[in-house]
Design a binder for this molecule. Structure first.
Ligand SMILES: Nc1ncnc2c1ncn2[C@@H]1O[C@H](COP(=O)(O)OP(=O)(O)OP(=O)(O)O)[C@@H](O)[C@H]1O
Ligand code: SF4
Ligand SMILES: [Mg+2]
Length: 362
């Protein structure tokens, strides 16, 4: 089995050794479905997602581009824009409330208050005609009864707390006057303005260079420890997930295909897709040319394949995979995977299908 902990193969933190947490989850999503009507047909971007985050824990959501991670995040906050629709029957419970049933006014009170999002596109998320200080102050005033002057002062404090030097001057500037790293810090400041209980961080460091990435992650770690908030970390970066999360959800083609405690997932991924993702991660002890990328691409959301959606790319696929969609099946303690191999291994006529043209390294 390959070890994706890269670079240098650092072991996952103790946070990776995760049993189930007691008590009700802070966030609980059940059968979440989001579709977009487009010229090419209906794009079922998120198609029956179940996911939970407990208070204080960091949970990873990973998968290739186009698998539905950001749409899931937006749907949790009910920020999916036209022509996207969240299907009836989808459930998003946060702190015991059904967010999909709330009036617009009530969901606005939840957003940015107890539940905050660092969106994937920092440039698009900031208003170009308002100073960054006034944007932070606006969020504070939307949720707290404070004067303009107090909100402005808190905005400067927040900019300082996210490591922006000369925060008073920066508060009076516009997004285009700041570097990418500073814009990301401003978004973190906006997300943290009201002390959220859950922060959804959608690729919080992807657009940044390595040094700034490390600084931002350190900043988030410190804030999380200080505020005790839970984090749903959405990323392509498996090394980040190995280091920082307690549990992981792997998403493919609009569905969760594997869920596991982080340590267990990295020790032995159960789903062939997760195995493929891990085999494609560079490692210090493996030459780059031996990386095994998953063949093919994520199909468009308007045309998910029949049966198991991963079957056209899966080296283990057989007839049943093309015809029947596997449910999430138990894959060990606290874990599950959407793969017929698990049923085959557990069944009376257990068989171990061999890879058809599988690449090495698995
Ligand atoms: N406004 C939209 N209209 C039509 N389809 C959309 C829209 N937004 C998202 N989609 C579709 O939903 C699917 C999932 O998109 P999403 O942005 O959630 O992917 P992602 O997993 O976050 O990818 P990335 O890793 O690149 O951020 C994609 O196939 C995309 O084409
Ligand atoms: S169900 Fe079949 S095609 Fe899908 S991941 Fe498992 S073996 Fe591969
Ligand atoms: Mg995304």
């Amino acid at each position: 089995m390959s070890d994706p902990r890269a670079p240098g193969g650092a072991p996952p933190s103790a946070a990776g050794e995760a049993g189930p947490l007691p008590g009700a989850p802070l966030l609980e999503i059940a059968d979440l479905r989001v579709a977009f009507a487009s010229e090419g047909g209906v794009a079922r971007a998120v198609d029956g997602v179940d996911l939970a985050v407990h208070g204080g824990e960091t949970v990873g959501l990973v998968g290739e581009s186009g698998c539905g991670k950001s749409v899931t995040a937006l749907a949790i906050l009910r920020l999916v824009e036209h022509p996207g629709l969240i299907a009836h029957g989808s459930r998003v419970r946060f702190e015991g409330r059904d967010l999909l049933a709330l009036a617009e006014r009530d969901i606005r009170a939840v957003r940015g208050n107890h539940l905050a999002l660092i969106p994937q596109e920092p440039a698009a998320a900031l208003n170009p005609v308002l100073t960054v200080g006034s944007q932070i102050a606006e969020v504070i005033r939307a949720h707290q009864h404070v004067t303009r002057a107090v909100a402005a002062w808190r905005a400067v404090e927040l900019l300082t707390s996210v490591g922006i030097p000369d925060a008073e001057k920066r508060a009076g500037q516009y997004a285009h006057q700041l570097s990418g790293g500073m814009r990301q810090r401003v978004l973190i400041a906006i997300a943290l303005a009201c002390g959220p209980h859950l922060l959804i961080a959608d690729e919080p460091t992807t657009a940044l260079d390595v040094t700034i990435q490390a600084e931002i992650l350190e900043l988030l770690d410190g804030l999380q420890r200080r505020l005790g908030m839970a984090v749903l970390l959405i990323t392509h970066n498996l090394a980040l997930v190995a280091e920082r999360t307690r549990r992981v959800y792997v998403m493919y083609a609009g569905q969760i295909v594997e869920e596991a405690p982080t340590g267990a997932l990295f020790a032995a991924p159960a789903h062939p897709y997760t195995q493929g993702l891990m085999a494609a991660v560079p490692r210090a002890d493996r030459p780059a040319e031996r990386l095994a990328a998953i063949p093919g691409q994520v199909p468009p959301a308007t045309a998910w394949p029949s049966g198991c959606r991963f079957h056209p790319r899966c080296p283990f696929a057989w007839e049943k995979c093309r015809e029947e969609m596997p449910p999430l099946l138990p894959a060990g303690e606290g874990r599950s995977a959407r793969c017929w191999l698990l049923a085959e291994r557990q069944g009376p006529d257990a068989k171990t299908p061999s890879p058809q043209g599988a690449s090495g390294g698995r």
